[in-house]
Unconditional design. Structure first.
Length: 91
């Protein structure tokens, strides 16, 4: 493999990797994902966390200097997806 591929940021993180980045227990992140309050992709019985979601949390926390609520972000995404489905658009 070349150096660019090896050093490239992954598109997705495992729940354990994302939990380590967020400095929370994996069980906490699993629970929040299952409750629909944290963005993740379910592949059969496994979950992966988009790197973009972690980046968005970091950017928002840095920009606002305040509390970032992943549940709000997930709710906004759900609402946008539902709107797109009802209006006939692809999400």
């Amino acid at each position: 493999m070349n150096e660019k591929t090896e050093n490239a940021r992954p598109a997705f993180y495992t729940v354990r990797e994302a939990a380590r980045i967020l400095r929370v227990a994996p069980s906490t992140l699993y629970r929040v994902i299952r409750e629909g309050d944290f963005p993740a992709v379910q592949l059969r019985t496994r979950y992966v966390v988009p790197a973009a979601a972690l980046e968005q949390l970091l950017n928002e926390a840095t920009a606002t200097g305040g509390l970032v609520d992943p549940a709000r972000i997930a709710a906004e995404r759900r609402a946008a997806r539902e709107f797109a489905q009802k209006s006939g658009g692809a999400w």
